[in-house]
Design a protein around this ligand. Structure first.
Ligand SMILES: Cc1ncc(COP(=O)(O)O)c(C=O)c1O
Length: 422
């Protein structure tokens, strides 16, 4: 009960704060376990975000708003850098926090600026030759599709596109049936940007491992939404970001490279921090080797304050509780999916209804209607959604996160109902 009282006190203090000054909330105390269904609790969580109170933000899949604590941390550290001339810092702490959050070794995490960067490092680093095949899906984001398309163009790698099934089993079978002797990599999203379908990545990676095929996961969405456990997934490479569901600073991400792939994944960019020594004065000049941790894949001057923000974002999530976050975002999305399907037989639900194949995103179309018009109608009411034009899917995608409420979902359902009836 005292935790609850502290939380209320802090929440109210914060709600009164203007901007991200010193009055910003410093910590979110853990709550009693009953809190998943406690709307008052989630209202206080909502108060931790500067996100305008008149906005209903249902597009976390593009970018996640940060809470005050993260902004405050980054702001304070940037100020420290500018006032002291300090160089770097906070990298090891961020890596440690990320590795604990994702269940990896800290030596397996490389700091990246976004998912695309991590995907590029893994895509270009895999030792492949012309004619080798890579399995992908028909639901890729530009940040995952284009590095491979470019490698295909420059190196003659062949991309095989599989269809996603309506169930995890069907997707697994589609991938199994596409594998042949030339398949050298499976590079797929954990959750595609299009329809929020959760792919059976653990089973896919197991299949890849048994056949000696590289497994690469585009993990733009799950960290911060699901309790991602990379060791349990068993992939070789996993690229993610901290600026979507983790609610961290924009322009932050990571690449996981499994320890046993470190000497297999070729390094194409060099720079400060990636090496094990170099000498331009020896004859011939020499690079003595690569550092034996994730720093092998990034280099040079970084924005240290953003690293501090990553650690704070993880702390924020841990304070609320990762299972509580996952339960809440799933509850909201399930409520949305069920009620959308009840609205009208014209609602074409594209996100699977199988529980293991969905999480916090719901995508749908409306028969005979252009959903970009629904998106525009919602925008007028300050409801932000995402139209999915990728791969000609042409649907509307709704994302649910911890700052959303059932009231937000009801407001969106009301607009959709009006749109269908108009
Ligand atoms: C599935 C997926 N992959 C990759 C990306 C690219 O992410 P980033 O902008 O962090 O590079 C996104 C971004 O929305 C995405 O949804």
């Amino acid at each position: 009960m005292s935790n609850r009282r502290d939380f209320l006190k802090n929440g109210i203090l914060l709600a009164g704060a203007i901007g991200i000054g010193t009055r910003a909330l410093q910590a979110v105390p853990p709550l009693p376990s009953a809190a998943v269904d406690d709307e008052a609790y989630w209202k206080l969580v909502r108060a931790q975000f500067p996100l305008s109170h008149s906005r209903i933000f249902l597009n976390n899949g593009t970018v996640g708003p940060s809470p005050y604590v993260v902004l405050h941390e980054v702001q304070q550290d940037m100020l420290d850098i500018e006032t002291t001339g300090r160089y770097g810092g906070h990298e090891d702490t961020a890596i440690k926090a990320l590795s604990e959050f994702l269940n990896t070794k800290d030596t397996e995490i490389s700091l990246m600026r976004n998912v695309t960067e991590g995907i590029n490092v893994a895509c270009w680093g895999m030792p492949l030759k012309a004619g080798d095949e890579v399995i992908m899906t028909g639901h890729e984001h530009v940040g995952h599709a284009t590095p491979w398309l470019n490698r295909s163009k420059l190196h003659g790698i062949v991309i095989r596109v599989v269809t996603l099934g309506k169930t995890a089993e069907e997707t697994l079978n589609n991938i199994r049936n596409t594998i042949n002797k030339k398949t050298k990599a499976i590079s797929i999203p954990h959750i595609p940007c299009t329809i929020g379908q959760v792919l059976p990545v653990k089973e896919i990676c197991k299949m890849a491992r048994e056949k000696g095929i590289f497994s690469m996961i585009d993990g733009a969405h799950p960290p911060g939404m699901l309790q991602v456990d990379i060791k349990d997934i068993g992939c070789d490479f996993y690229a993610g970001c901290c600026h979507k569901w983790m609610l961290g600073p924009k322009g932050t991400g990571f690449l996981y490279v499994s320890e046993n792939m470190r000497d297999t994944l070729q390094v194409y960019y060099g720079g400060g921090g990636f090496d094990n020594g170099w000498d331009m004065l020896s004859n011939p000049p020499v690079l003595k080797g690569y550092i034996n941790n994730g720093h092998r894949y990034y280099y040079g001057t970084q924005n240290a304050s953003l690293f501090k923000g990553i650690t704070k974002a993880i702390e924020f999530q841990n304070q609320i509780g990762r299972s509580r976050i996952e339960d809440r975002v799933r509850q909201l999305a399930n409520y949305l999916q069920e009620n959308l399907m009840k609205l009208s037989p014209d609602v074409e639900m594209i996100t699977p209804t199988e529980s293991i194949s969905k999480a916090a995103q719901v995508s749908f179309k409306i028969k005979g209607k252009d959903v970009t018009k629904l998106q525009a109608q919602c925008q007028e009411k300050q409801i932000t959604t995402r139209y999915v034009a990728e791969n000609n899917i042409n649907c509307l995608r709704i994302s649910t996160h911890i700052y959303n409420s059932f009231k937000d979902i009801d407001a969106f359902l009301l607009e959709t109902d009006k749109f269908i009836k108009a």
